[in-house]
Ligand binder design. Structure first.
Ligand code: NDP
Length: 251
């Protein structure tokens, strides 16, 4: 018996699939039945091995997504190696921290290019394919800073607000043509990205006390949301940014 969350027969691109949230999303999609193109600059061998151990197909696609140069090749290699494309998860992302008065153009461009520009052009390339086949799911990884200002992360906040806006725009354009574009806004998730915060005893305690659920998120919490948005259970959801944050934004 199949469930609405069944992804057998589907193929997903996941960017930044070697670690953290991207790896958890790739494994969750594979557990639901999807084959995985694990895209990133560090080869996602561990992820691919784990996906194959689940009995799904998986391949590494090497690409530095700090520019849009590899975007079309990522699509072409996915179709060549895995034979289909049904799901795109734009997860790869970086953050740079400095006071806004001191923020450099380099730190602005690096974050905007990776988090926002490449995300858009991957949506465009995958969108062309999905529109032609009349079906597809795109999931962009946003942030709490798609909704809140944050501090000392101007390019990150701009990029993630941009991701949420872009998600709505693409949904407007593509919803009637069978392509769902949505986003997930993770709260505080325990990954390498947040290792310094977790290691700082005071900050760690403050964060946990501020989260209604009383704990950091696990990357698998984001994987579950990705399975939902990638599945037919989400066919009528368009342009939404789903906070998976232990209640942070509810406070
Ligand atoms: P990690 O730093 O653990 O992972 C980031 C991933 O992005 C890595 O796979 C990394 O690859 C990849 N990446 C970065 N730059 C590039 C690039 N130029 N080309 C290809 N891949 C690249 O972070 P998380 O797992 O925590 O974050 C994943 C996403 O979730 C990001 O978009 C982040 O902004 C978002 N997020 C995370 C939150 C958290 O609390 N952890 C909260 C809100 C949003 P490599 O290993 O090669 O650097």
């Amino acid at each position: 018996m199949t469930t609405p969350f069944d992804l057998h027969g589907k193929t997903a691109i996941v960017t930044g699939a070697n670690t953290g949230i991207g790896q958890a999303i790739a494994l969750s999609l594979a557990q639901a039945g999807a084959d995985i193109a694990a895209v990133g600059r560090t080869p996602a061998q561990d992820t691919v091995d784990q996906v194959r151990a689940l009995g799904r197909q998986a391949d590494i696609i090497s690409a530095d997504l700090s520019t849009i140069e590899p975007v079309q090749r990522v699509l072409d290699e996915t179709l060549e190696k895995l034979g289909a494309l049904d799901i795109l998860v734009n997860n790869a992302g970086i953050i740079r921290r400095a006071d806004s008065v001191d923020f450099t153009e380099e730190d602005w461009d690096a974050v905007i290019d990776t988090n926002l520009k490449t995300t858009f052009f991957l949506c465009q390339a995958a969108g062309r394919h999905m529109l032609a086949q009349g079906a597809g799911k795109i999931i962009n990884i946003a942030s709490l800073l798609s909704f809140q200002g944050g501090i000392r992360v101007p390019s990150y906040t701009a990029s993630k607000s941009g991701v949420a806006g872009l998600t709505k725009l693409l949904a407007n354009e593509w919803a009637a043509r069978g392509v769902n574009v949505n986003a997930i806004a993770p709260g505080y998730i325990a990954t390498n990205n947040t290792a310094a915060l977790q290691a700082d005893e005071t900050r760690n305690r403050q964060i946990q006390e501020r989260i209604p659920a009383g704990r950091w998120g696990d990357p698998a919490d984001i994987g579950g949301a990705a399975v939902f948005l990638a599945s037919s259970a989400a066919d009528y959801i368009h342009g939404h940014t789903l906070a998976v944050d232990g209640g942070w934004l509810a406070r």
